[in-house]
Write a protein that binds this ligand. Structure first.
Ligand code: NAD
Length: 309
């Protein structure tokens, strides 16, 4: 039985801890905001944004990450200490799908330039041949899980041709052609937009590096809503500087926050967002639903949903 669930203060990065605590007032356990001190040792489960080594020795049975990506968590150590880990995959298709649709529309319609000109009070016409429509353009979505499918659905609705990359290349709704990971270059080679939506793993680290940028069209745009390290950032900067790439929309970076000295900040054809592609005022409710379900499962001695470790 779960008698106490802690909420780690680090969830503040995405919403106030007390908001989640109040949303979980109906669960069959005491829910309280705790820190890494003695109070943590009284918890059976913990809901957190950050990982802290103190979680290993606290006697927790279960840790829930409020993010989908759990690349910062040490799987083997958690397993060795008997701590189960669950993630928040499965809930970000709409938010990230809309963000990516926004990035693509912005590049096609030149909205990012108009906004920049507005800050200078500058009434400026773009080059006659710079604007285009998304209809008929090809998007390649790398990773067809929750995010990838949310992106593909919106791109399809905008009249785009959608292709995708998946470990098992079986059909996916709204995706015309699904390539296996071994055919990444073929998949991205004809695309005007490439959207990365894979988890960061040993296999996806540096997935987009120099040879992938060489495989892209010169007028292609890269969108990264996965994790910064999925892209070799210096290869990206080199491709942008040499006009081997038309632009990039980046929500995630090798180092976050993106350091002030990064050249990406100053590039006109780069849109930087601060790891907020999945942001919504409803975020805490979706986390509450996952936590509520897993407390029920633990109490009913069922397997955990979204279990990673
Ligand atoms: P998900 O588990 O629903 O989907 C991930 C998909 O990637 C799965 O279908 C998996 O089979 C596939 N995959 C794994 N390795 C692959 C590879 N080598 N090649 C192709 N496909 C591969 O997770 P999700 O909710 O879609 O999130 C995906 C990732 O996006 C997360 O792990 C996280 O790092 C990142 N993310 C970022 C934000 C943000 O705010 N920018 C929000 C949510 C998730």
């Amino acid at each position: 039985m779960v008698s106490q669930v802690g909420i780690h203060p680090s969830v503040e990065r995405l919403f106030p801890p007390a908001v989640l605590r109040d949303a979980l007032s109906d669960v069959d356990a005491e829910v309280r905001v705790v820190d890494t001190g003695a109070a943590l040792g009284e918890c059976d489960g913990l809901v957190t944004f950050e990982y802290d080594a103190g979680f290993l020795s606290a006697g927790l049975d279960w840790v829930h990450s409020i993010q989908s990506g759990v690349d910062r968590f040490p799987f083997e150590e958690l397993e060795a200490h008997g701590v189960r880990l669950t993630n928040s995959a499965g809930i970000h298709g709409d938010t990230v799908g809309e963000t990516v649709a926004g990035y693509m529309l912005q590049f096609a319609r030149g909205l990012h330039h108009h906004r920049t000109n507005q800050t200078e009070r500058e009434w400026s016409y773009p080059a006659w041949d710079s604007a285009f429509t998304l209809r008929g353009q090809t998007l390649c979505v790398v990773g067809l899980g929750t995010l990838g499918r949310g992106i593909a659905m919106r791109a399809d609705a905008l009249g785009m041709d959608v292709v995708g990359v998946r470990r098992t290349p079986t059909p996916v709704d709204h995706v015309d052609t699904v390539y296996p990971t071994t055919e990444l270059h073929e998949a991205i080679g004809d695309a005007r937009f490439v959207a990365l939506a894979v988890p960061l793993t040993d296999r996806t680290s540096g997935l987009m590096a120099r040879s992938e940028f060489e495989a892209l069209r010169d007028d292609a745009y890269l969108i990264n809503v996965a994790r910064g390290a999925v892209v070799d950032q210096s290869a990206l900067v080199a491709a942008l500087r040499s006009d081997a790439l038309a632009g990039a929309a980046l929500d995630v970076f090798e180092t976050e926050p993106l350091p002030a000295e990064s050249p990406l900040w100053g590039m006109e054809n780069v849109v930087v967002t601060p790891h907020t592609a999945a942001a919504t005022h409803e975020y805490y409710r979706r986390i509450a639903a996952l936590v509520r379900e897993n407390v029920r499962r633990l109490n009913d001695e069922e397997g955990l949903a979204n279990r990673v470790v």
